[in-house]
Design a protein around this ligand. Structure first.
Ligand code: FES
Length: 161
C-alpha cells in the first residue's frame, strides 16, 4: 500500500493509474473484494460507485471470487468463424461449468473475452492472461492438465502457443 500510495501521489494524473492499481490489489486479494475496493477508494478519493463503473468495463478485473486459473475464451467475430463454439463446448464438458462459473475445486473459472489479438491463430483463449491460439481439443486438454498438475500453462512449449 505504501508503494501504491507513493505512485499515486507522484502521478500528474493519478486516475490514469486506477486500472493498474486495481490489478495489483486483485493480484494480492484474488479479486477486487470490498477490502481492495476500500483501499482503491482511499487512494483515489473516489466512491465505490465511481470505481465500479470503471472496473466493470474491464474483462480482467474481477469483482467476485475466481478460481486459481481464469480462462477467457474469445467470442469475437474471427474466433466465432473458426471454431469458438467447439472450444467452448470442449471446455464446458471438461470443466463442468458454464461462462461465469468456477469449478467446485476452485481451480478454474470460465469467462468470455472480446478479441484478444490472436485472430491469426483463432480460435483463441487466455489462461491467467497468457494467450493460446490454434486451439484443438487435444491442446486444450494439455493446457488444463498442466494447470491441474500445479504448473502454469506458461510451461507449454513455445510452439504450442
Ligand atoms: S477474434 Fe478471437 S482473437 Fe481476435
Amino acid at each position: 500500500m505504501d508503494r501504491l500510495r507513493q505512485q499515486v501521489a507522484e502521478s500528474e494524473h493519478p486516475r490514469e493509474l486506477l486500472i493498474d492499481v486495481l490489478l495489483e490489489l486483485q493480484a494480492h486479494c484474488g479479486y477486487v473484494n470490498d477490502e481492495a475496493m476500500a483501499a482503491a477508494c482511499g487512494l483515489f478519493h473516489m466512491t465505490p460507485l465511481e470505481i465500479d463503473e470503471l472496473a466493470t468495463f474491464y474483462d480482467f478485473i474481477y469483482r467476485e471470487p475466481v478460481g486459481r486459473h481464469v480462462i477467457h475464451v474469445c467470442d469475437s467475430a474471427i474466433c466465432w468463424m473458426n471454431g469458438y463454439a467447439s472450444v467452448l463446448d470442449h471446455l464446458t464438458a471438461r470443466l463442468g461449468v458454464r461462462f461465469g462459473e468456477t469449478t467446485p475445486d476452485g481451480l478454474f473459472t470460465l469467462l468470455p473475452a472480446c478479441c484478444i489479438g490472436y485472430c491469426d491463430r483463432s480460435p483463441a483463449m487466455m489462461v491467467n492472461r497468457k494467450v493460446y491460439g490454434s486451439l484443438t481439443p487435444e491442446k486444450i486438454d494439455r493446457i488444463l492438465e498442466k494447470c491441474r498438475n500445479g504448473r502454469t500453462p506458461d510451461e507449454l512449449d513455445e510452439w504450442e502457443r
